[in-house]
Design a protein. Sequence first.
Length: 302
Amino acid sequence: MDYRGRFAPSPTGPLHAGSLVAALASWLDARAHEGRWLVRIEDVDGPRCQPGTDRLILDQLARCGLLPDEAPVWQSQRDALYEKALQQLVDAGLAYGCVCTRADIQRAVEAAGRATERHGELVYPGTCRTGLHGRAARAWRLLTASSGSIEWQDRRLGAQQQDLEAEVGDFVLRRADGLWAYQLAVVIDDAEQGITDIVRGEDLADNTPRQLWLQRQLGLNPPRYLHTPLVLGQNGEKLSKQNGAQALDLDDPLAALRSAGLALGLRVEADSVADWLAAAVQAWRGMMPPLNFAVFDEDRTP
């Protein structure tokens, strides 16, 4: 199996120190395994995207020597793929329309005496599983009733587990505003692009069970996952665009790469971007364990 990795930024702002760490880690892992590295612009949430930021991100990557091996793709141009996948799930009885607002879900959760929040999200109680009773669907959700406990192996974090139905509930595939949900778009894109390995920040590890379950429902092969350490801001929270992370200062790309490398545990010295990247690939190869092509422990499936 040929290695195919990717970096998938959202153009809601320019790359910052944390996003460079994720980009670098995915690029290094691809190069260390003599694979191909792709860039996908995740602009499915159009209202949050800033015009021109996609091209700025590609320029930032290029200045750091991180060049994709294939032409970048944009999620906003892939609606037909997502529509086809949703229809497949609906036709198979695996997805259903939902009329619930957030307030509806809040009331249902409280009435059932359940915890109301999970990482800022409400655990959906399955209100619309039995039908809409003549009402029009606002959103579309994936059934998790038979998902059970999903267990998988992360290349850095090790054995992971989540009771998807109890901890998340039936999750959204298409939002009430008509936009595609991240979970559906990322699964379809990774499959369509033949991605074998996903290297991304640790904050996204919690999404993995939903993606594994969705892959199974669509009959797709799961990729391997490696979740990298997060870069934290001065307030101890994840460095992100939402909490004011500053755009990368690329007056000195080599310095930016050295800083990103330190966040990944790489202590590499070189006098040029090209030499630093070459040395970093060797260092990454030496510190990462060999690839295990089994995503699930002892061939378990989610």
